[in-house]
Design a binder for this molecule. Sequence first.
Ligand SMILES: C[S@@+](CC[C@H](N)C(=O)[O-])C[C@H]1O[C@@H](n2cnc3c(N)ncnc32)[C@H](O)[C@@H]1O
Length: 254
Amino acid sequence: METKVCRRSLLTESLALFCTGEKLSGGMPRNTPLAAAARAVELLPTDFSKALEFREIFGRSAPVEIDLGCGDGLFLAAMAEQNPGHDFLGIEQTIGRVRSTCRKITQKRLPNARVLRTEIADTVRHLLPPSSVEVIHLMFPDPWPKRRHHRRRLITEDFLRSIARALTAHGSLRIVTDHAEYFEQIARLLPRVPHLSRDSEASAYHSATSTFEERFRDRGAEIHRLRLRKVSEKARTLEHLPRQSEGSRREENP
Ligand SMILES: C[S@@+](CC[C@H](N)C(=O)[O-])C[C@H]1O[C@@H](n2cnc3c(N)ncnc32)[C@H](O)[C@@H]1O
């Protein structure tokens, strides 16, 4: 798909200048290589009928990780810094947070991180090519705690199916939330989503923390983690076979 650096509209012009202007690093001139790099950090989708081309975005072919709702970019930038062999794309719709992410990526001079300023669900459904993403991170999705707002929640059966489609053969989705009820709702959806299988080892898979994670940890909140692996239909059937045969054996020999 065609992605354009944020210089095309008035709105994006001001965003690009913010990313590259004095506020970025206390007096950095606009026409430095660093400023030019900052302008290229933020991308805007211009056509939702064409999937993203990661090779075009990052200028190379490498495993891709996506941070859905990357917020201020603390986690995205840390992960990109720790894993130079992977490419990291943040998806975020709030301008202020996109700016913060641009700033972190630019200050750390990370060639392997970008931010796409857009909406998550549309991106997952329409912009991620099939079997293209190694890891999708979803750190503290908005929980919409009031019952009447539950329909605004991002994670639905259809959303998880789209995630599964976008993941590579052994790709994974990693969800972290402080919200127990949302977490349980997600877990209840899983049996209805083919190709995603829950990993038992979900505690220690992140080597970086996000701003919301730090915030909740400081408050002593319980943090729930879920890692889902993509599995083929065949592997899924085999995974379930032992349990089914054990169950039927028990029925035969109570
Ligand atoms: C609770 S914050 C978590 C931010 C970050 N992941 C963290 O852990 O610090 C949720 C983030 O997702 C973004 N967000 C929520 N719904 C979104 C959507 N539908 N499309 C794009 N961004 C979204 C919000 O703007 C916000 O930055």
